[in-house]
Ligand binder design. Sequence first.
Ligand SMILES: [Zn+2]
Ligand SMILES: [Zn+2]
Length: 243
Amino acid sequence: MLKTFATAVLDLVYPNNCINCKTAIIDQDYEFSLCPGCWQSLEKNLPPFCSKCGMHLEEITAGIDLCKDCQKQNLHFDKAYSVFIFEGIIKELIHKFKYSNKTMLAKVFAQMIFDFTVNFNFPISEYDIMLPVPLNSARLREREYNQCEILARQLHKYFPLEISTKDIVRIRNTKSQISLDKTARWKNIDGAFKIKNKYAFVDKKVLIIDDLITTGATASELAKTLKGAGVKMVSVLTIAKAK
Ligand SMILES: [Zn+2]
Ligand SMILES: [Zn+2]
């Protein structure tokens, strides 16, 4: 795209800096505020996807489009979508997003998620409600913001769905799932959510918004609770999927 002389001068005076390595990005049209090198090294989650957890599949054998984990387990949500594999730079960016730099990174992530849904034809407009994964009130006080809610508010610019923040709550201050092994994660999250507004979800299609999906235990527990409240369909949209 042609630039005006004024923008070109501004680029030189106030260059955008890469959100990861701080290199100046001279071309302001470059997407995502990442320098080309950092963008290249992000591990993108590409098709074919597991039809349940959304993880990239190496191959589809005998028509089975489920990963090994999903062939063994029964996750309560219908489908999950993730833009990246949780490795390298994206790991650091999500960490920064949780503990600092929140608004600017949420904008960047929302743009990446939007492009991903366009590129792979994910029918976001079919959904009625975006639901950022609720934090327990003690955790919320400690962190001062729910990063999933900030992300949902940025996503709202692309997907103008209702955002639900008070209709379901986290009633237990569960331990961070990161420190736990697979079995412990399922136990830790069991019974963690409670519906506050029993009319909010009846016959609705809900899109859970989270920064990261690992075993899927948290999203599955949330989906189970929502389905108990009459939800028609629950999917999950995240920035990254951990292997
Ligand atoms: Zn960079
Ligand atoms: Zn899977």
